[in-house]
Design a protein around this ligand. Structure first.
Ligand code: LLP
Length: 434
């Protein structure tokens, strides 16, 4: 069990029961029910530390969209990462978590005036400007508050990272940012420079997510630094902050081989160093913005098997008590998360089964062709790897399933991070018409 896509403290006890943070998953299922997100606190903190160590001299920002739960934000904040938020709701969560506003960065391709004003009122550290109209809005709102907004211009650098179409952002024809090749980045700077209440202090370019190599990140650094040098030459301004976004991939299965953060950091920082020397540009403060790589690997989902339907010559369908409402990723991105038997050891020959959820939809997949022991039985517990990022964050109440609880485990102790939703929660916002 140790290694692979599993959290750092994953182990098996003498009975073959999976333990996380020294806690048996059978105890977690008994006390907290299933489905259950189990967060390995040591793993989560360690990922933060490895990023800080891997990017010396840079600033590391947690892209909170991956999992903006208050407890998670607090742990990441304690480890010294900045927090980026992509909506008023994420901003509110970060403020409730007690994150210092000056260490919060606001993103979004369509921030409302209310969200922008909320950010100005809170005094967030940076606002990433995504459009021309946002420059106007920000100038007006900041003037009304008699303040100046420190902004980064979001650049679309024309880098086509080879990842799922839905999580690519750096190519020219994207909804985000100012497209460099079309001259929009230059126009944005020209529009921003005369503004009295908007101070451009840097640029931002995020090229996509679940990317495995270092080359696209290096290319991003080079393209953005060249832009900074050109702006220096053309406008006489030297911007001192460069945010290269997030996007390094993680292991969801044994077949995934992402680059270690130490090598990723070294490659990016060396590329920055070399390019700065080549263009004679003072080294800007580099920001990186990982989301998935911080919270993804720390967490697993525990499910209980409810039915098993073997179809001779066809598929064996194994249904668990959650599904696309707590992890939409397989349905949305064809994502594959490794699955294992968690509550006991089995020496039975593995056979390929398809693990599905309990929703009224055939796309409700947990994992197709999962090699699970041939003696898999009803009431067994299954554990799904690397479910900390973009699962709870994208959860729904489809079929009115209450959303699962989340617990934090560490050194044999368990703390609740999110309480399980109740049926009353499900109807709380409904307004009866009779
Ligand atoms: N910065 C910006 C501006 C972003 O848009 C994102 C992710 C990140 C940073 C963090 O990227 P990460 O390090 O997590 O790859 N729901 C999809 C992923 C969507 C990513 C959205 N933006 C998934 O489950 O794969």
């Amino acid at each position: 069990m140790p290694g692979g896509p599993w959290p750092l403290t994953a182990d098996r006890d003498a009975d073959g029961v999976l333990t996380l943070g020294g806690v048996r998953v059978t105890d977690l299922a008994r006390d907290h029910g299933t489905p259950l997100w189990v967060v390995d606190e040591h793993d989560l903190r360690e990922r933060c530390r490895r990023y800080l160590a891997g990017f010396p001299g840079a600033e590391v920002t947690y892209a909170s969209k991956a999992w903006p739960t208050v407890g998670v934000l607090q742990l990441v904040d304690e480890e010294g990462l900045w927090i980026d938020v992509a909506s008023g709701g994420e901003l509110h969560s970060a403020l409730v978590a007690g994150v210092a506003p000056e260490r919060i960065i606001l993103h979004g391709n369509n921030k409302s005036e209310v969200e922008l004003d909320q950010a100005l009122e809170a005094g967030v550290g940076r606002i990433v400007v995504d459009s021309f109209v946002e420059l106007e809005r920000l100038e007006r709102l900041a003037a009304a508050r008699d303040t100046t907004a420190a902004v980064w211009l979001r650049i679309t650098p024309g880098i086509d990272a080879h990842t799922h179409e839905y999580v690519r952002t750096g190519h020219d024809d994207a909804k985000f940012g100012f497209t460099l090749s079309l001259g929009l980045a230059d126009d944005a700077l020209a529009a921003a420079l005369p503004l009295e209440h908007v101070a451009v202090v840097g640029i931002h370019a995020h090229i996509g997510s679940q990317i495995f190599g270092t080359d696209p990140f290096i290319a991003n650094a080079e393209v953005t630094l060249d832009l900074l040098a050109r702006w220096r030459d053309e406008h006489g301004i030297v911007l001192s902050e460069l945010n290269l976004g997030g996007g390094m991939g993680i292991r969801y299965t044994h077949e995934d081989h992402p680059v270690e953060v130490a090598r990723y950091g070294k490659a990016v920082l060396e590329a920055v160093e070399e390019r700065c020397a080549a263009i004679d540009y003072p080294r800007p403060t580099v920001f990186v913005e990982p989301g998935r790589a911080i919270v993804g690997p720390s967490t697993v989902t525990l499910y209980r098997v409810g039915t098993i339907k073997p179809l001779p010559g066809l598929t064996t369908w194994v249904s668990v008590d959650g599904g696309m409402s707590d992890n939409i990723r397989p349905a949305l991105y064809d994502a594959e998360h490794e699955v294992a038997l968690a509550n006991r050891r089995s020496d039975a020959e593995p056979r390929a089964v398809t693990v599905v959820g309990k929703h009224c939809e055939s796309g409700d997949l947990v994992r197709e062709h999962a090699p699970l022991p041939g003696d898999l039985a009803i009431d067994d517990l299954l554990v799904v790897a690397a479910t900390g990022a973009y699962t709870e964050a994208m959860a729904s109440n489809y079929n009115r399933l209450p959303r699962p609880a989340a617990v934090l485990v560490r050194d044999g102790t368990v703390r609740e991070l999110i309480r399980r939703e109740t049926y009353d929660d499900l109807v709380r916002r409904d307004v009866p018409v009779r």
